[in-house]
Write a protein that binds this ligand. Sequence first.
Ligand code: SAH
Ligand code: SF4
Ligand code: F3S
Length: 476
Amino acid sequence: METKTKIEEQIDIMEKISKINEGKNLKYYIFTMGCSLNENDSEKLCGMLEKMAYNKTEKIEEADIIIFNTCCIRENAEDKLFGKLGEVKKYHEKKGSIIAIGGCMMQQEHIVEKIKKSYNFCDIIFGTHTLYKFPEDLYKVILEKKHVQDIIDIDGNIIEGIPIKRSEKTKALVTIMNGCNNFCTYCIVPYVRGRERSRAPKDIINEIEELAKKGYKEITLLGQNVNSYMKSEKCNKIEEQDKQTSYGYVNSFADLLLAVNKIEGIEVIRFISPHPKDFTNDVITAIKKSKKVSKLLHLPLQSGSTEILKKMNRGYTKEQYLSLVKKIKEAIPDVRFSTDIIVGFPGETYEDFLDTLDVVRKVNFEQVFMFIYSRRVGTPADKMENQVPEEEKHVRFNELKELVEQQIEENNKKYIGTVHTILVEGKSKTNDKLLTGRTDSNKIVVFDGDENLINNIVKVQIVSEHMWYLKGKIVE
Ligand code: SAH
Ligand code: SF4
Ligand code: F3S
């Protein structure tokens, strides 16, 4: 009940602002950094802004309000933000554009201090737990013309009912849980997103049913640790009646997959990011049983060295990771894997790095997201000795990249002649005469076809391969 009132308060404020803005043709510009969770948060910010009579623009110079939804997973995100802030100062000064900064980076005290000191023209600074209060913060700026800082350090409740403006028409992001309890030693996420809090199954199912009614065909379930959904209910007790859905009783991630699989109209289900330690047998069985669940599984490795994995606090060894892959492959023969890898974690020797290459060779990933270790203030790894020199990190990164690209090239060849069931997502971004979609294994495919086919499922045969996409022709 309490959370309901919270959003109702904001809806009242949105109406008030909408009245103030009526007929003024005001525009907003939003810049989103980071992961899909942040993209989904931005869709909520857009939803709220449109309810307050702002329209989206891609031209930053004509925006009446400029919002940055930030990420702090690696240092380059910070450089990017400060560069952009330097740029928007002139719009604030000349045009009076309201500048708002939110997201993960704002949960870090030293960053907020820096903004207040060096970029003191920013009107609103809000954190990850207070996103739903954006209308209230904006109202204060409009009415009282004062700067607002709205950041709390305690885990916010899950707020249902925030308006949402989705950026895609065929596929949709659905956040099912917030936060992370894992505290991998390199990672800032647990500090900026708080502890794990799961949404009630009923709310998730309702949202996906609504999406299906609107014609959405692909759903990506999101969480920083998506397969530990409902495992930690300490902060957010879910009522028994909210576990009962029209598609069965949901009390785990596996149950949720099985339930979503039954929703008519939804054809493809993906989920990111799972943690290997929570890839339990019930999840494997649910994937196997659920026809619509993509057989490309993201299984973040981070490192192939048991020694480094221990220092990272990942909760598995090299051998345990490999045997999990083996177990999943045996259960689901057409499964493919994608992964995340960090090179240059403190204390990583060249031998440790060779273990990473070894796992990459053995698993033969479909996709590898590669990262150079970045020191994050406040994390245990930042204080570890034996930080790897930048130059050495780059050498290892390039070596890994070479292996990965070689594997992708080999794998791509195997696609030629094969036929895939593909959801037509739209026109190709690089050539608007072609349509685009993705294979179950998340490979981009472009092909000729009428634009009426957008949001339909077609059968496409692959005719040629390129490093980052495949070319095909519709066969059915
Ligand atoms: N919760 C997800 C991933 C979150 S962040 C998971 O556990 O898989 C996405 C990826 O960024 C991580 O998987 C990791 O590979 C990378 N990453 C996180 N912190 C990093 C750091 N300090 N430096 C470099 N890469 C990092
Ligand atoms: Fe970060 Fe680890 Fe949590 Fe992923 S599981 S968000 S890497 S702490
Ligand atoms: Fe970045 Fe926050 Fe996502 S730190 S990766 S935007 S959870």
